[in-house]
Design a binder for this molecule. Structure first.
Ligand SMILES: [Zn+2]
Ligand SMILES: [Zn+2]
Length: 236
């Protein structure tokens, strides 16, 4: 299945002096601890926005967030100086002259890159902690200019760093990841229960579905390409 792409414009929250934290106090505490442990630069804090609300995160990033995702780091590059932006600048800077010096020194009025983080709220306390650490490792990579992609969640070099910084063993981290994923999957199932059962007339293989197939499909076990001989039949 290929989901429809939403290509909306990212709308991050307006910058403020400190980080934007739309999250629990626990998250705030883990954020402070791991920010320090990872030696992250203070000036990046003012570019950070963190939320536990999926809708808000999707609005900020302009991208879809799967219901299975437990945490997400999104780097927004500084917007290009468009024609409109260039025209706007003199007006904004004259307005900012009235602001206290310390705020102007942070140059909140200038376009800047942003660090956006989502943390799923409905998780065990240990999972909340390691997810905060995990997303901050992505942030640290980006600040260093060496972003990494996951080769295998829980088994790659990011997982090794996560274990080193949190003090959890790799096995423990994998167990947490597995438990939280199972939980998300179960939640998704209760929200979208399996209503349809398709069966192959040839081999009897069953295909449980939350929705009807929009076109006729055949059994992939009996033939890799569509074959009307093995067209699936709706049972329930
Ligand atoms: Zn990751
Ligand atoms: Zn079959």
């Amino acid at each position: 299945m290929v989901a429809a792409r939403t290509s909306r414009t990212p709308t991050p929250p307006p910058r403020q002096v400190g980080p934007i934290v739309h999250a629990s106090h626990t998250i705030e505490d883990w954020l402070a601890l791991y920010w320090q442990k990872l030696n992250l630069p203070t000036q990046e804090l003012g570019k950070l926005a963190i939320t536990q609300d999926r809708q808000e995160f999707m609005h900020w990033t302009g991208k879809r967030l799967s219901s299975m995702v437990l945490g997400c780091y999104c780097y927004l590059p500084a917007p290009h100086h468009s024609q409109v932006g260039a025209q706007k600048r003199p007006r904004i800077s004259s307005h900012l002259q009235a602001l206290p010096v310390f705020e102007d020194a942070l140059q909140l009025h200038l376009p800047s890159h942003r660090h956006l983080i989502f943390i799923e709220p409905d998780m065990q306390p240990q999972s909340i902690e390691v997810t905060v650490a995990h997303e901050l490792i992505h942030l640290a990579d980006r600040v260093k200019g060496t972003p990494r992609r996951h080769r295998h969640h829980g088994y790659d070099s990011i997982a090794a760093d996560e274990a080193a910084i949190t003090g959890y063993g790799l096995e423990e981290l994998r167990r947490l990841l597995h438990e939280e994923s199972m939980r998300r999957e179960a939640l998704r199932r209760t929200r979208r229960p399996i209503r349809y059962l398709y069966v192959c007339p040839n081999c009897g293989n069953q295909y449980p579905r939350t929705r009807r197939y929009s076109q006729s499909v055949s059994c992939s076990k009996c033939d890799k390409t569509y074959n009307p001989q093995y067209k699936l039949l709706l049972r329930a």
